[in-house]
Ligand binder design. Structure first.
Ligand code: ATP
Length: 271
């Protein structure tokens, strides 16, 4: 059973240090680099695997899990690395990275080169759900990662990944719906969507897209014995998304306090 207390504590500690990094007497820092479709996140842990710093930037350098702007991606990771190094007054050497499941042969080279091109020594490349599960620690159930461009569905049995799938529906579609309904530009819709005070008003507008994601989940899990769904990914920050998914799938659905930081933290934990 998931130890949400541990997961929420880790995420909470991380949220605090994203705003104000902690100087630590650690002899080594571990960095997680999460190159996402919508967002690039760097998370830094000390030798005891406690969060000490973090930074993120919305970017358009990855699409459907593939690095589409290689130079842009290196620049962002380099910039965020430098920003964190200045705050921590140290050099960040070691980093791990993650790739969407199933893209290993296709693209892991690009992700590796981005992390190394930004000046890190790469210690590990793992798949995103495995990274998320370093924080969640679940044995059985489905981890559903609703990111910017995609929704990843991973089924675990006795702690092992037995099924993975990726569907190209994610937060970008939410912003497109808002943009259409409110006559906003995509960028304005993105900003509007991320403000939690707008979530109550947005939920009915976004319900059809959330229900579409729920039916995608249903389709993928139908042949498995899934009793719990665990939500991660930035799009799951939308208040109320968990209730719609739970209702539509009929499966008990959980989400940690800030689902956006689960995978980046898991990557750093695997460094
Ligand atoms: P992918 O997993 O598809 O590669 P990613 O890793 O960039 O994408 P995440 O960082 O997990 O995805 O999430 C980014 C998405 O989360 C974006 O679509 C963003 O608009 C959305 N998002 C971030 N914060 C919020 C919020 N507070 N409310 C709603 N959506 C949010």
């Amino acid at each position: 059973k998931l130890n949400y207390e541990h997961c929420n504590q880790l995420v909470q500690d991380f949220e605090k240090v994203v705003d104000s990094p902690i100087k630590s007497k650690t002899s080594v820092y571990y960095t997680g680099v999460d190159l996402g479709t919508a967002c690039v996140v760097l998370s830094v842990l000390d030798e005891n695997y406690k969060p000490v710093a973090g930074a993120y930037r919305y970017a358009d350098v990855v699409r459907d899990g593939m690095v589409v702007d290689y130079i842009g991606a290196i620049k962002i990771v380099k910039d965020l690395k430098k920003q964190l190094e200045e705050k921590l007054n140290t050099e960040l050497i070691y980093a791990a990275a993650a790739i969407p499941p199933g893209t290993d042969a296709l693209d892991s080279g690009a992700v590796k080169n981005v992390v190394m091109g930004a000046g890190f020594e790469l210690t590990n490349v793992l798949d995103e759900p495995t990274a998320a599960n370093k924080v969640l620690n679940i044995e059985n159930g489905a981890v559903v990662d609703i990111g910017g461009g995609t929704t990843g569905i991973t089924i675990l049995k006795d702690g092992k990944v037995i099924y993975v799938a990726d569907d190209s529906t994610g937060g970008t579609h939410f912003s497109l719906v808002i943009s259409g309904s409110y006559k906003m530009t995509f960028q304005e819709a993105e900003v509007y969507k991320r403000k939690s005070e707008n979530h109550k008003e947005l939920l009915p507008v976004l319900r059809p897209v959330v229900e579409k994601i729920a039916s995608i989940i249903n389709e993928h899990i139908k042949d498995f014995d899934v009793n719990e769904i665990y939500l991660v990914g930035g799009t799951c920050r939308l208040n109320g998304i968990e209730e719609i998914i739970e209702k539509k799938t009929g499966i008990s659905t959980h989400k940690p306090q800030n689902p956006m930081f689960v995978t980046p933290l898991g990557i750093a934990l695997s460094c």
